[in-house]
Design a protein around this ligand. Structure first.
Ligand code: UFG
Length: 328
């Protein structure tokens, strides 16, 4: 199979490129290197460019016959999306539509989309299933929901088949240790906690202790990057088999509070981690936990690294590697 991975130099995209290449696929990465890193693309062909560039997309899609496109190139910070919604709507919505139009123009009709738990907003149930009310509370979530809605229309009108994968909290690192989470600036809890453990930062700030949760800190469902890659592989197989478009929620169905994540990091690293309590971060729901029964049933998705300590351990290995001097 020949796959175009858009955003393949980013955190999730780079793991996916490796996963596809090891599964025997031909892979091309398209990335503008705004949030991604060239050296994170370990396999296949690399094209530097932006999905806003329609001429580039047309050329790329004409040059090769891609069986499917996987799209990871988006802005992902909830807080920033509140401050600068234009950035989010332009890249995450307008530029994605540009990509979809280029695809249908070229007759590439299979698409896998990185969506998010943020499309649901404040949860109404303990675990969030696919039929949960969709009422995002920030522009980031709205930008992803708009694309999901456009995809349903593109399927009906043009026959473009898609799978939307709604990640809860993607975390962890390549179990082989070759890749890991790298954002500039880093805003995600697990890498920040581990930077506090390694000494790269003085402490971890805990955003809010007055949430309606047992210890007052926010609860999230952390899902291992390797398991997310597996889910994408299965989604691809399902599209290739001619299954209809579908959206799936991807998580482990277990929530951990910010304090519990810090405890896990202390256990795994054996280091002291200094904590500072800070006010709530705007746009954070108290609790987000997935019901992934549908993905398990229909895609036969079986997360391999559901244990929080394993996930933190893989991320820690990556953090320790990031501390090493670069080999000549
Ligand atoms: N947190 C802290 N201190 C920090 C960083 C985070 O206390 O320094 C807390 C956050 O307030 C939140 C939890 O840790 O309660 C997890 O925060 P992350 O930033 O790691 O992840 P989010 O849950 O905010 O966001 C993730 C993805 C988004 C996605 C969202 C779905 O990064 O792209 O899940 O809700 F939209």
């Amino acid at each position: 199979m020949n796959i175009l991975v858009v955003g393949g130099a980013g955190y999730i995209g780079s793991h996916m490129v490796k996963h596809l290449a090891l599964a025997g696929c031909e892979v091309t990465t398209l990335d503008n290197l705004v949030g991604g890193f060239r050296d994170a693309v370990l396999h296949g062909r690399f094209v530097e460019g932006d999905i806003a560039d329609r001429a580039l997309l047309d050329r790329l899609l004409r040059e090769q016959r891609f069986d499917a496109v996987m799209h990871f190139a988006s802005h992902i910070q909830v807080g920033e999306s509140v401050q600068d919604p234009g950035k989010y709507y332009r890249n995450n919505v307008v530029n994605t539509l540009n990509l979809l139009d280029a695809m249908r123009h070229a007759g590439v009709m299979r698409f896998i989309f990185s969506s998010t738990a943020a499309i649901f907003g404040e949860p109404q149930t303990e675990r969030i299933a696919e039929d949960h009310r969709q009422q995002p509370i920030n522009p980031y979530g709205r930008s992803k929901l708009m694309v999901e809605q456009a995809l349903a229309d593109y399927d009906r009108a043009y026959g473009l088949r898609s799978v939307c994968l709604r990640y809860f909290n993607a975390a962890g690192a390549d179990p082989d240790g070759q890749l890991g989470e790298r954002h500039e600036p880093e805003t995600h809890l697990i890498p920040l906690v581990l930077q506090a453990a390694s000494g790269r930062r003085p402490h971890i700030s805990v955003f809010g202790q007055d949430y309606d949760t047992p210890d007052g800190t926010c609860i999230r469902d952390y899902v291992h990057i390797h398991d997310l890659c597996q889910a994408h592989g299965l989604a691809l197989q399902s599209l290739m088999a001619g299954d209809p478009s579908q959206a799936y929620n991807l998580g482990n169905g277990h929530g951990f509070s910010v304090n519990e994540v810090i405890e896990a990091a202390r256990r795994v690293t054996g280091r002291d981690i200094s904590v500072q309590y800070a006010p709530r971060r705007p746009g954070d729901p108290a609790r987000l936990v997935a019901d992934s029964t549908l993905a398990q049933r229909r895609l036969d998705w079986r997360p391999q690294y559901a244990a929080l300590d394993t996930l933190v351990e893989h991320a820690w290995r990556w953090e320790c590697r990031a501390l090493q001097p670069v080999e000549a």
